[in-house]
Design a protein around this ligand. Structure first.
Ligand SMILES: O=C(O)CCC(=O)N[C@@H](CCC(=O)O)C(=O)O
Ligand SMILES: [Zn+2]
Length: 333
């Protein structure tokens, strides 16, 4: 599959521009391994799976800790040190951005899913890739055996800013659904004790799998962005163990081992014009609390102030194009 001194990460970086011929291998336990494309690898165990699991990273190319976690899990599966008990599709999302250690090359890929890539120039790398990733995921789910009755997708990220809550999940909005206890249990197992409940449909990768593929999916923010080799992987053991347990086929407990605090998004901050002003300092951490009445942004006569109860900010980033999200305001649930 990969050369003797190679691994999934090295192979993905090396083949970003040249492309990859699909290849196939069977491990001694009968597990089938298919490399579909650069950074897209499928594991199909011989024993029947009850879950289809998609594990993605590098949808933003500079978020390296999740990439290192996925690299090590894939290595252990291929070496048969880790038992493959469920079918898994591993994705390293944006190999070109990984190679230049940037969030993206031309356009933020995590705004292009749920079909939104169709509104962009399909010659752009991220646009073409988002379309292909949707197809790989759709095929992976469509080809699942009849034994499968659960679809999970964990899209692994790290945040630009530091955070008062080090790890948190974002649960995409799908009308009428609620967060299942077993997914809370997964979050708790992964040492993620905070979850944001989106209140509107979005065009992120996890929204695609939730909305269009009926998966239980999350964007998981696992720490802060750092270059390759500078991550303290000791801070990521929770997610590493939780994913390894799921892959090995261990069922999720039906009760979280500890409390998971829920927040609801109450306002999505959008850059509305070149005159748009933002009043959040550059060093504000994710989950900084703002008192009622605090001015968050203004654009001419339009402004947003915190309502009657305290609100918390996440992902504040005023350096996005007009029309893009510059942060989220949250209320405790
Ligand atoms: O730290 C930041 O400002 C961004 C971190 C990040 O990439 N977050 C994801 C969240 C996706 C979601 O809302 O589910 C993103 O902005 O794409
Ligand atoms: Zn990200």
């Amino acid at each position: 599959m990969f050369g003797p001194h190679d691994d999934f990460l090295k192979h993905t970086l090396a083949t970003a521009d040249e492309g990859v011929e699909p290849s196939f291998e069977v491990l001694s336990a009968g597990t089938e391994v298919t490399l579909h494309d650069c950074g897209v690898l499928r594991i199909e165990p011989r024993i029947p799976s009850d879950t289809s699991l998609v594990i993605s990273c590098a949808v933003h190319g500079n978020e390296t800790a999740p990439i290192e976690i996925v690299r090590d899990i894939v290595r252990d599966l291929l070496d048969e040190e880790l038992k493959a008990g469920q079918r898994v599709l591993f994705i390293m999302g944006n190999p070109w951005a990984m190679n230049i250690a940037e969030r993206f090359v031309d356009v933020n890929m995590n705004r292009l899913f749920a079909g939104d890539w169709q509104n962009y120039d399909t010659n752009l790398k991220e646009v073409k890739r988002a379309a292909k990733l949707e197809a790989y995921v759709a095929n992976f789910f469509a080809e699942e055996p009849t034994t499968v009755d659960k679809r999970y997708h964990y899209d692994l990220h790290t945040a630009i800013r530091g955070s008062q809550r080090e790890r948190f999940g974002v649960y995409p909005f799908v009308a009428g659904r609620t967060l299942p206890a077993e997914q809370k249990a997964f979050l708790a197992r992964a040492d993620i004790d905070t979850v944001l409940l989106q209140q509107k449909e979005a065009t992120t990768f996890s929204s695609f799998t939730s909305l269009k593929q009926h998966a239980e999916s999350f964007t998981l923010e696992l720490g802060q962005v750092k270059p390759f080799g500078e991550n303290d992987l000791g801070r990521y053991t929770g997610i590493d163990h939780a994913l390894r347990d799921l892959i090995a086929g261990e069922p999720l407990p039906n009760k979280p081992k500890r409390n998971v605090t829920e927040f609801e998004v109450c306002h999505a901050i959008t850059v509305t014009s070149d005159n748009w002003e933002f009043f959040i300092p550059d060093d504000a951490l994710n989950f900084t609390e703002y008192a009622p009445g605090t001015l968050i942004w203004r654009d001419g006569d339009e402004e947003y102030r915190v309502g009657d109860e305290p609100e918390y900010i996440v992902f504040p980033n005023p350096k996005v194009p007009v029309g893009h999200r510059a942060g989220l305001m949250l209320k405790a649930k």
